[in-house]
Design a protein around this ligand. Structure first.
Ligand SMILES: [Zn+2]
Length: 288
């Protein structure tokens, strides 16, 4: 029994249990131990499927369509790199405030320690935190655009996002530039507790300084925009716009169901509903 379990090498070579049954594929040579990092795989994202209508297209085709499904116009979820590529002229921009990183001030542990969670993401991605700020030109006009990455702890609002937001506003005031925020967040970062909640007041205060300087603030709400983010700067734009179908609200359908034990028959927090309630000036029906 012990032999069977420990014959790891034979298992990798596809030879374990070959006497009992014949596999349809077996590695002939023993000892082929390719490291995962060295494996040649199909290029990631070569094909993509629309989550709404199951339309299958190549990633290149989808990119050409600015990540909007050519069949049903579903807006695929993008990260900050993709938004910058779509928005900035020739994908040329300068990233700002890259030196700010999160700290585990409270020694917080949920499923795993916050410090470990941060270290894991830093080592697996090129992201420093859940938001990136960049300055560049859109249609020849200079603008500062901050974009969230949902991949980084659900795009959560922590002290780093608040600080980057504040510095972005200061940068806009100093250089007389408009400011745009692309929101994609599950809300406040629970691992930072009250420090996270303080960012709601901090960012809202900063926006009044931007307003005093008579500089415009555009808030783009994408799927999803929830919690502390929607309760602060995401809804404070001089122009609030949203991608169609984006889930926007304070609490999502799942949280509501768990809290009040009721299921809403309609998804009330979709962008189109918010538009009808006049939260949003425009629910984009065109490509970004
Ligand atoms: Zn589709």
């Amino acid at each position: 029994m012990a032999e069977e379990i420990e014959d790891f090498d034979a298992d990798l070579a596809g030879e374990q249990g070959k006497d009992q049954k014949t596999g349809w594929f077996r590695r002939i040579k023993k000892g082929i131990l390719t490291k995962t990092s060295e494996k040649k795989e199909t290029q990631e994202g070569l094909w993509t499927k629309c989550p709404e209508c199951n339309y299958i297209s190549t990633f290149a085709e989808l990119k050409e369509q600015l990540y909007v499904c050519p069949k049903c116009e579903y807006h695929h979820r993008l990260n900050s790199f993709q938004y910058y590529e779509v928005l900035f002229d020739n994908n040329e921009y300068e990233e700002l405030f890259t030196n700010i990183k999160s700290k585990d001030l409270l020694g917080f542990t949920d499923l795993k320690p916050y410090k470990k969670r941060l270290e894991d993401i830093w080592s697996n991605t090129s992201l420093n935190d859940s938001v990136r700020v960049a300055v560049g030109k859109v249609d020849g006009e200079k603008i500062v655009i901050a974009a969230m990455d949902f991949e980084f702890i659900g795009g959560s609002l922590g002290s780093v996002m608040g600080e980057k937001f504040a510095r972005a506003v200061d940068y806009c005031i100093k250089h007389k530039l408009p400011y745009m925020m692309i929101n994609k967040s599950g809300g406040a970062r629970m691992m930072e507790s009250a420090f996270s909640l303080m960012q709601m007041a901090k960012t809202s205060g900063k926006l009044s300084q931007l307003s005093d300087a008579k500089l415009p603030y555009i808030s783009l709400l994408t799927d999803p925009t929830f919690g502390g983010v929607s309760a602060s700067f995401a809804m404070l734009g001089d122009l609030n716009i949203a991608e169609p179908g984006a889930l926007i609200g304070f609490a999502g359908p799942r949280v509501i169901k768990e809290t009040i034990k009721k299921i809403f028959l309609t998804v009330f927090s979709e962008a189109n509903f918010c538009w009808s309630m006049a939260f949003l000036i425009s629910s984009l029906t065109e490509k970004i």
